[in-house]
Ligand binder design. Structure first.
Ligand SMILES: Cc1cc2nc3c(=O)[nH]c(=O)nc-3n(C[C@H](O)[C@H](O)[C@H](O)COP(=O)(O)OP(=O)(O)OC[C@H]3O[C@@H](n4cnc5c(N)ncnc54)[C@H](O)[C@@H]3O)c2cc1C
Length: 165
């Protein structure tokens, strides 16, 4: 199941995953198996949200594992690159859905590097993209809004221009 389908199903239940990467096209198993991560000083990657796995091992046996059941297999298979078997079912920890306030702006690389600790500490999620051969970056700060806070999504035309174009 790709993440974008899972996210829609979770949304129908008023739930969401705590931390995701930049895109949602990956499969749940592929993203977990490769250690796919988002940003955030206090949040782990997708693999840290896994609570149980069902794995088909090399000998064809089907086993489940978790922090308490076969913990060694669980800890290794979570970011296992398929080396320990095929993941056939995943139990993921979700949480009540939340909104993020996104601020994206250009910043010069020397300033980003000088202020990196503060930028990381001062935001739930901070990341930047550096444009090679320049000292320009595009920074992204995402911060959780309190529950029930009004949201102001970008208009479709503006979202297209800013995100796609
Ligand atoms: C545009 C883009 C943006 C990205 N952004 C981010 C990001 O923000 N953060 C980040 O961390 N990564 C990011 N990635 C990397 C991406 O999350 C990983 O490459 C991810 O593995 C892709 O998932 P997939 O479903 O395509 O995996 P696949 O290519 O299908 O699988 C990857 C590997 O996972 C293992 N695997 C897959 N399914 C199973 C299974 N059922 N059982 C056991 N092993 C399995 C295999 O070893 C396989 O080779 C990005 C990639 C792209 C292309």
């Amino acid at each position: 199941m790709p993440l974008h389908r899972l996210n829609r199903l979770l949304d129908d239940e008023g739930l969401g995953l705590s931390n995701l990467g930049d895109i949602d096209r990956q499969t749940v198993s592929g993203a977990i198996s490769t250690g796919t991560h988002g940003t955030g000083r206090a949040l782990g990657g997708l693999a840290t949200q896994v609570r149980q796995l069902q794995v088909v091992l090399g000998d064809g046996s089907v086993v489940t594992c978790s922090a308490t059941e076969r913990p060694e297999l669980f800890n290794n298979a979570r970011v296992g690159l398929g080396a320990l078997g095929v993941v056939t079912a995943v139990t993921l920890q979700a949480e009540p859905e939340f909104a993020l306030h996104a601020q994206e702006r250009p910043m010069r690389l020397p300033l980003v590097l000088a202020e990196l600790d503060e930028l990381v500490a001062g935001n739930d999620h901070f990341e930047f993209f550096w444009f090679p051969h320049t000292d320009q970056t595009l920074t992204k700060c995402n911060n959780r809004l309190p529950g029930g806070a009004p949201t102001v999504p970008l208009a479709r035309r503006r979202a297209f221009i800013q995100d796609e174009l």
